[in-house]
Design a protein around this ligand. Structure first.
Ligand code: C2E
Ligand code: MG
Ligand code: MG
Ligand code: MG
Length: 290
């Protein structure tokens, strides 16, 4: 993007650095503003049981809603937040909000669903995640077994020992652990060997076009059977087509998530989906019975 006037390589390089520093500066500003003015918001994407078709969970996905009403997705600010340390207060906010939201939905009488929260590997290096999670569950009253923490494989590239201890402590609390984007890292298999986890999330890059790509279909099938042989649940993400959903269901995949079932939406939209599902469960209305 940056064009140095004389086309000199060194100039190109220098202006690229300048540009990146400017981007970083702007992102820092965006993050600071979002933190102090409460512009973070969680969107929720439904997770559906493939046998019953019912919503059994929701993944919380972070957004910034700017003062102008623009929605910014995590790809634009999370990598920077992980580098400048702001990921710590942000992720604490995410965990707290997700637990509070889940508790509020239950209080309202909506059906129990699990809430998925993404964690960053840096969190495990800088704090005790089990301590934080235990405190936030206690404060919110959200049941541990409904909290589903999503970790990517990159977590094992860091301090394996410390991570293993924290994962064991988290499972003692009763929270569920999922491996996100399973199959994209270089350590997928050693991960499932060394860490006790509850669920594999097959990465969307294998799922999206599996109806027309036999290699993708083979990888997904093998992952489902790997997960099940190890006693884990398997969820497929990035399901966009009915055909894919049918294939997954035939392959005994437990659940699915993707645009076919619903995009990430504000909490109020997620609550409406749950209310709708509840009404469908009661075939006769109260007035009808009276
Ligand atoms: P992820 O956890 O793998 O989340 C799935 C991403 O795929 C989400 O993007 C979601 O909007 C998108 N997606 C879902 N279904 C479909 C589909 O059918 N087709 C396509 N093309 N995309 C789909 P999003 O919300 O932009 O999040 C991107 C990543 O940012 C997440 O990947 C996660 O790694 C990270 N992230 C999001 N929220 C948080 C958070 O609160 N904390 C941390 N640490 N990371 C987060
Ligand atoms: Mg995720
Ligand atoms: Mg994922
Ligand atoms: Mg991802």
């Amino acid at each position: 993007r940056s064009k140095a006037a004389n086309g000199n390589n060194i100039c190109f390089f220098a202006s690229d650095i300048e540009e990146r520093e400017k981007d970083d500066f702007q992102t820092d500003e965006l993050l600071r503003n979002a933190l102090s003015n409460h512009l973070f918001e969680l969107y929720y994407q439904p997770q559906v049981d493939l046998q019953s078709g019912r919503i059994i969970g929701a993944e919380a996905l972070l957004r910034i809603r700017t003062e102008q009403g623009k929605i910014i997705t995590p790809g634009e600010f999370l990598p920077r937040a992980e580098r400048n340390g702001m990921i710590m207060p942000i992720n604490e906010w995410v965990l707290r909000s997700a637990c509070q939201q889940g508790a509020a939905w239950r209080k309202e009488g909506l059906p129990d669903i699990s809430i998925g929260v993404n964690l960053s590997p840096v969190q495990f290096q800088r704090q005790s995640v089990p301590l934080l999670v235990g405190r936030l569950l206690g404060e919110s009253g959200f049941p541990a077994h409904l909290l589903d923490l999503e970790l990517t494989e990159s977590i094992v590239l860091h301090d394996t020992e410390a991570v293993a201890i924290q994962l064991a402590q988290l499972r003692q609390l009763g929270v569920k652990i999922s491996i996100d984007d399973f199959g994209t890292g270089c350590s997928s298999l050693s991960y499932v060997k060394h860490f006790p986890v509850d669920r594999l999330k097959v990465d969307q890059s294998f799922v999206r076009d599996m109806h027309e790509n036999p290699s993708d279909a083979a990888i997904v099938r093998a992952t489902i059977s790997l997960g099940h042989s190890l006693g884990m649940e398997v969820i497929a993400e990035g399901v966009e087509y009915e055909q894919v959903s049918e294939m997954l269901s035939l392959e005994q995949c437990d659940s699915a998530q993707g645009y076919l079932f619903g995009k990430p939406q504000p909490a109020s939209v997620m609550a409406n989906l749950l209310r709708q599902q509840m009404q469908e469960d009661v075939p006769m209305s109260k007035e009808g019975a009276a």
